[in-house]
Write a protein that binds this ligand. Structure first.
Ligand code: DGY
Length: 526
């Protein structure tokens, strides 16, 4: 057992994997394609394209229907998905380190920012108090300037590199990285608040959380859009969450520094062919050390000195969507004094996104802010402006057309890179595999724009992948095999909150046992 990464309990999910499966990637690739499993059908939804809508309508329309609207199965006990629902609940419990959920044992032994925000939606299905705790712990790491770090190192672990000993962050309230991650928190917080069964608890929690969410959005605009372009910059591939996306290849051509020797720990847990290369890691670390040299990640400086400054579609789409959800929360909470400020972010965002549209490709593209060039890589992030609700109806139609072409090339969608691109690698992290959280965002966006059949394909593929390969970190779009980490928290959360939501609520209420209360001390697993 590595470091403190001990299992919290026994349970349905079996032993926690402690060593990497060293099956070679070519062997995995040779596996036959899994038969698609068509377990559930969602109920029909309103066709948003049934009447002509002008641009103002698309700009103003609220984004609802965050998750599936499927009705509960009549025979829950006999449902083919019952084991996966139970396993998902057990997975979150097992990855619970006492108020925060690690993404996966050994591979990711701390609290990750966007993982936690997604995972809160999973907890909410069967333990709302615990869901709010996830936010409480995440924002306990928020910096004074409003930044929410990408990782909070609540307690030590020897199974991850680079840990707190490398980052060192004297400005932070607790040990953390000095960079951030896509700001999903307001989206998830709205979801918890809107669907709560415990209104009093939700109001109490939201009163505390709202100012922190607002501060984090303000940080994004102050630190990452000081030139008021309407779109924010990421300064490290880790900030995008899509670490080794081909969209960063061209921008990562700067020479690496003379780095202190280092040992990667990720390769002890996951096969190297599923992870970023050494050359990419050298660039990650060069950026880390350069940022650290800037007065320990001083947000006022990094934007101006970083050799990597990209407009990331994932971050910007999520931030745009989060702005809409924060606005919704502000109105609900009677904080109308901040609505004009949020509206300004949204207005500028509509303008900023226009620069990212590639008419010939019929796709949005990431942009290198240092050269002004749109990057040529077509990645799954290109579809996330649908989730934001920032695409026009015409753009949405082109995105849907593009997506259909991608899906014609692989049995399981949505691959993280266009499968026709020579850079597509079906097993390597963000260069090809399917990620269920991205599927959920694309599904949600497609339904918003009325592409219900395409949304249904993505839903069905997500069900098939998790049914056949379990709660893996990501999935091979060509074979359906699971890849990366095992018993992965946000995949479990997506089963509970999205793919199996009605069943999960019904089963979760029955089996989740005594709820954790916020005033009750929770001991981390020994
Ligand atoms: C990792 O270590 O792979 C993470 O994505 C960095 O946040």
């Amino acid at each position: 057992m590595a470091g403190n990464d001990a299992p919290s309990s026994g349970g349905l999910v079996g032993p926690i994997p402690t060593t990497v499966s060293l099956a070679s990637c070519p062997a995995l690739e040779a596996k036959s394609i899994l038969p698609p499993v068509r377990v559930f059908r969602s109920t029909s939804v309103e066709n948003l394209n049934s009447t002509p809508k002008d641009r103002a309508y698309w700009r103003a329309k609220s984004l609802r229907r965050l998750f599936s609207m499927r009705e509960p199965e009549e025979d829950l006990e006999g449902s083919a998905r019952l084991p996966i629902v139970e396993e998902s609940i057990e997975c979150l419990r097992r990855n619970d380190y006492g108020g925060y959920t690690i993404p996966a044992h050994n591979l990711y032994p701390f609290q990750w920012n966007w993982d936690s925000a997604i995972v809160a939606a999973g907890w909410a299905v069967f333990d709302e108090a615990r869901a709010w705790e996830e936010f409480e712990k995440l924002f306990s790491g928020q910096w004074e300037d409003g930044m929410v770090p990408s990782i909070i190192f609540h307690r030590p672990s020897t199974s991850y590199f680079p840990g707190p000993e490398i980052w060192g962050s004297p400005a932070a309230p607790s040990e953390s990285t000095g960079i951030t991650q896509p700001p999903v928190a307001s989206v998830s917080a709205r979801f918890l608040f809107e669907h709560t069964e415990h209104a009093e608890l939700a109001e109490e929690q939201m009163a505390d959380l709202f100012p922190k969410l607002l501060a984090s959005h303000r940080w994004w605009y102050k630190a990452r859009d000081p030139e008021k372009k309407g779109i924010v910059a990421i300064l490290h591939p880790w900030e995008s969450g899509m670490d080794n996306s081909p969209a960063w290849d061209a921008a990562l051509q700067f020479p690496v520094d003379n780095l202190p020797p280092y040992e990667r720990k990720d390769l002890q847990h996951v096969n190297a062919c599923m992870r970023p290369t050494k050359e990419t890691y050298d660039h990650y670390l060069t950026l880390l050390y350069r940022f650290k040299a800037e007065n320990y990640y001083d947000s006022n400086k990094l934007y101006w000195v970083s050799p990597f400054r990209m407009t990331d579609l994932c971050t910007n789409s999520i931030l745009f969507r989060a702005n809409r959800d924060l606005r919704w929360l502000a109105i609900k909470l009677g904080k109308t004094d901040v609505v004009a400020e949020i509206d300004e972010w949204l207005e500028r965002g509509f303008e900023g996104f226009k620069q990212l549209w590639d008419e010939d490709a019929g796709l949005f593209k990431c942009q290198d802010q240092l050269t002004g060039k749109l990057d040529d890589a077509a990645t799954s992030a290109a579809f996330l402006p649908l989730f934001a609700g920032v695409a026009s109806k015409e753009q949405a139609a082109k995105l849907a057309e593009n997506l259909k072409q991608w899906l014609d090339k692989v049995p399981f969608g949505v691959p993280s890179t266009d499968p026709r691109d020579p850079r597509f690698e079906p097993l390597r992290y963000w260069r090809g595999p399917v990620w269920i959280i991205i599927n959920w965002m694309i599904f949600n966006g497609l339904r918003h724009y009325g592409y219900d059949d395409l949304a249904q394909r993505i839903y069905d593929d997500s069900v098939a992948l998790t049914s056949n390969a379990g709660l893996r970190e990501y999935f091979d779009p060509q074979t359906g095999d699971g890849a990366g980490g095992e018993l992965f928290s946000w995949t479990a959360a997506m089963c509970l909150a999205w793919l199996d939501r009605p069943s999960a609520i019904a089963i979760g209420h029955k089996m989740s046992g005594p709820k954790i209360h916020l005033d009750q001390e929770v001991s981390p697993p020994k």
